[in-house]
Write a protein that binds this ligand. Structure first.
Ligand code: NAP
Ligand code: MG
Length: 402
């Protein structure tokens, strides 16, 4: 078979630890034998981020803006222990945070449903997609530890220089303070990304915040969503037979648990971070959660929702057997290849992405899976395989499909 030719390169962001190991294997076993892979490679491994003063992260995001589609491996967000472990010059910021800040946009996370893997909530029959706003709030905060006897104020300086001051707190004892912001433009593009995605996938969409407590900040989100919906989307939603509704975050949590899935749950940045892990875990495994960042100007960055799986990596380094789930990383690659195929009008590339996904799901449905899925699978006969064997098993089925 001739390899599928590409036109525009994918932006490839390599990463850390076990997912970096999987990255290389996956390309060698499942991509490059079939596709004449064109990528512009950026090494976001922690060592190289440190060597470049984290410039590589910014450059990879700029390249994504230029080419339109990126695929990203999981990366370490350094903490104090990592600074020591890697002898870092600085405690670099989260690469995902940096990339999201440059691309803006919304992160959509959806589980990969596989027959035999039953959600912890048996009522969940269809996927729940979390749409996470990817800009601002606590991820771009300014915070400080406040000594006793201090006064903290919120000061806004208008363009004409006038100051508005509001007391945050008179600190009798020591404490902490935090300043957050968001932007109307970013909230509006979040809303549009959600409504477009809902129309694309024909699913209803729920949005929830805590506007009863946050009467200006969260309320702004609620109002902008409603204004944009009424002005631009209401008719299209009616025609598609889908709904948008707003509710309080507490109410949303209760409804989601009782639901049967099949909708998009739009969340502010922090809520989306936390709730996507909850939804992923309840659907079965973090290893089955896909993630795509969609920017308002139509730029896509695909990744797995999980981290670098550190515990498995240290086993791998010692030469011990690992059984790490590569499904989410695989779906990041297929998502990116399919999108590149759509944009460059290469149907063979889209078809390949679909068949690779099918082969991967089929492998698990036929009882061949990594260790994390064994206790979740209801199949009577199943076999646990190591990280690399799983990829070869997928390749066998892919060859049959091609
Ligand atoms: P993690 O890498 O997601 O792993 C946590 C645990 O979840 C693992 O120890 C493993 O459980 C299970 N797990 C996650 N993915 C799995 C997979 N593909 N296959 C099998 N099991 C899987 O989270 P973490 O340990 O909290 O974070 C590790 C590093 O990842 C940190 O340095 C963090 O900064 C980074 N991180 C990066 C991203 C990103 O780049 N998007 C996201 C989150 C975290 P068992 O050990 O019980 O098998
Ligand atoms: Mg998280």
């Amino acid at each position: 078979m001739d390899k599928i030719q590409m036109k525009t390169p994918l932006v490839e962001m390599d990463g850390d630890e076990m997912t970096r190991v999987i990255w290389k294997m996956l390309k060698e076993i499942l991509i490059t034998p079939y596709v004449d892979l064109k990528t512009e490679y950026y090494d976001l491994g922690l060592k190289h981020r440190d060597e470049t003063g984290d410039r590589v992260t910014v450059e990879s995001a700029e390249a994504t803006k230029k080419y339109g589609v990126a695929v990203k491996c999981a990366t370490i967000t350094p903490n104090a222990a990592r600074v020591k472990e890697y002898d870092l010059h600085e405690m670099w910021k989260s690469p995902n945070g940096t990339i999201r800040a440059i691309l803006d946009g919304t992160v959509f996370r959806a589980p990969i449903l596989v027959k035999g893997i039953v959600p912890f909530l048996p009522g969940w029959k269809k996927p729940i997609t979390i749409a996470r706003h990817a800009y601002g709030d606590v991820y771009r905060n300014t915070e400080a530890v406040v000594p006793a006897g201090s006064k903290a104020e919120l000061v806004i300086t208008a363009p004409d220089g006038t100051e508005t001051r509001e007391l945050i707190h008179d600190f009798k004892g020591a404490g902490v303070v935090q300043g957050q912001h968001n932007l109307d433009d970013s909230i509006a593009s979040f809303a549009r990304a959600c409504f477009n995605y809902a129309l694309d996938t024909k699913q209803e969409i729920w949005f929830a915040t805590k506007d009863t407590i946050s009467k200006q900040y969260d309320h702004r989100f609620k109002d902008l969503f409603q204004e944009i919906f009424d002005a631009e989307y209401k008719e299209k939603f009616d025609a598609a037979g889908i709904e948008y509704f707003y509710t309080l975050i507490d109410d949303a949590v209760a409804r989601v648990v009782r639901s049967e899935g099949g909708f998009i749950w739009a969340c502010k940045n922090y809520d989306g971070d936390v709730m996507s892990d909850m939804v992923a875990t309840a659907f079965g495994s973090l290893g089955l959660m896909t993630s795509v960042l969609v920017s308002p100007d139509g730029v896509y960055e695909y990744e797995a929702a999980h981290g670098t799986v550190t515990r498995h990596y240290y086993k791998w380094l010692k030469g011990e057997e690992t059984s790490t789930n590569s499904m989410a990383t695989l779906f990041a690659w297929t998502g990116a290849l399919r999108k590149r195929g759509e944009l460059d009008e290469i149907p063979a590339l889209c078809e390949f992405a679909g068949k690779l996904e099918k082969a991967a799901v089929q492998t698990i449905e036929e009882g061949v899976m990594t260790g994390d899925l064994i206790p979740l699978s209801s199949l009577p006969e199943k076999r646990k395989v190591d990280t690399e064997t799983f990829l070869h098993e997928v390749a066998k089925r892919l060859d049959a499909l091609l």
